[in-house]
Design a protein around this ligand. Sequence first.
Ligand code: UDP
Length: 328
Amino acid sequence: MRVLVTGGAGYIGSTVARQLVETGNEVIVLDNLSQGHRAAVPEEATFVHGDLQNRDLIDRVLADHEPEAIMHFASRTLVGESMEEPLLYLDDNVRFGMNLMRAAVEHGVNRFILSSTANLFGEPERIPIDEEVAIDPGSPYGESKFVLERGLHWLDETHDLRYAALRYFNAAGAAGPDQGEDHDPETHLIPIVLEVALGQREKIVIFGDDYDTPDGTCVRDYIHVLDLAQAHIRALHALEDGSRVYNLGNGEGYSVREVIDTARRVTGRDIPAEVGDPRPGDPAVLIASSDKIREELGWTPQYGDLEDIIGTAWEWHRRHPHGYDTES
Ligand code: UDP
């Protein structure tokens, strides 16, 4: 299949782009490189440097390359930032996603996969969180993804667009020793902890230890980026049987303190930590139930273990202490 991957130079998008190439698909990556890295894009993919606010460009890409499916990763993705600048998220994420959907319909592309988020569930009524749990976004970031899910739902109703919305819990780990997570600024827990292990930062600040959890720190479900990528490939093939929505996680929760302790074991390094203020928008516990995708698509995560996940990330960070810039 020919697949357009927006955000295909980013952490998750580039991992999926590579798996698409490896499984025999033709890939076109569209990325503005605001967060992504040219070096992360698989060599076999066609790369287009550009932005989703440019509707002419989207039209041109769809006309030139005639993709049969679109995978949409390009997005602002930070819960904390969205609490500071809600309209930036509601405006950019929604408008850029809608630009892409409009073009998909106009060009007759009827398969669409959306990167969605666990942040759709701000204060979940039960844990683990299955697809029936009521949606109540935890931040403008989560809200922006919900609006896009609804847009896809209505395009399915009105234009026969087949879509999958994949709600990631905490993507983590590295796809390989030379392919990993590289954000600027970095805000995610595991890469920051590993930067402390490398001596690039003095300490990790734990965002609050007064949550209603066993050790008072937030509990999250960390899922390896290669397992996430696998889910996309399976979802793409399943679209011919109809649209679908899945929560994607390991079903296992780890507290911030457990992550830090595991990283100390994996790296053998001292990782100084101190407790700071909670981060607005952070729910206490997010753990996925992924029974639905396991049952319907036979998806099984290969990296269920936090040590394995952190181990792959550590290998990448050690080899590339300055991320992709080391090579470019
Ligand atoms: N976290 C933390 N210190 C940091 C970064 C993150 O304590 O410097 C916590 C954060 O509050 C959350 C968890 O680690 O409970 C995972 O946060 P991350 O930003 O990695 O992912 P998110 O859950 O926001 O998608």
